[in-house]
Write a protein that binds this ligand. Sequence first.
Ligand code: ADP
Ligand code: MG
Length: 267
Amino acid sequence: MATVLAITNQKGGVGKTTTSVNLAASLAATKRRVLLIDLDPQGNATMGSGVDKNDLEQSVYDVLVDGAAIAAIVKPAPESGFSVLPANQDLTAAEVELINEIGREFRLKEALAAVLADYDYILIDCPPSLNMLTVNALAAADGVIIPMQCEYYALEGLSALLNTVNRVKQLINPDLEIEGILRTMYDGRNSLTNHVTEDLRRHFGDQLYSTVIPRNVRLAEAPSHGLPVLYYDKQSKGALAYLALAGELLRRAAQKQGDMENQQHDP
Ligand code: ADP
Ligand code: MG
């Protein structure tokens, strides 16, 4: 059964989409079966995976609003071996169209039930706001990955996000966890970065990924070629960092699994 991870932060430009596409490609490179869901009407994860958002017959909009089956809509990301449930500007209307629907928070979760057995990881690239689309992602997810830049106001924005995660956990998804906090566009020479890192470690302990994603121009260039950085410049610092992140994520998952099995064996 797939582990479903929402990549979210209501701030724009923090590296959500970059993380979604490149983590999807890195996990696929380790032979995991991966579905990337684009839940942002900007369609950047769709384009960055090499799927043309202007050439879609159906998209995640049809899943949320009309209950269309995910399996009929997913497209293969050319070259990189994962699947994409694409999005385009149609998705902007979904929020309004869902307003009067009962169970609107659960549209994505319900649709995902039919494909959970087909994947090892399902990653959801969230829009830059805490709207009904993001709530659908949080309702469907086992865990949340929060990418953030180590800058002064970053922590302030984080508390609104953590409140939303806690509300969703209390009201509609008791199993939701913070999977990890990811430092993006990282520059260790900047002393503010080190302060923010100390704060994050104090607040989040082990939930802070030890992998950091450096600022790397290859990561910014790759989307215009419709490629994850791994297939654009596999030697780049960005490519190596996202491979390392996939490794850390898989090690944590294996550890969790091991802990659970030990608990079952010795009461
Ligand atoms: P979000 O999805 O949170 O809005 P993006 O992933 O789209 O953020 O990133 C915002 C911009 O920063 C994009 O132009 C992207 O290419 C660039 N970018 C993201 N991460 C990095 C990085 N580690 N190094 C350099 N540029 C980056
Ligand atoms: Mg984005």
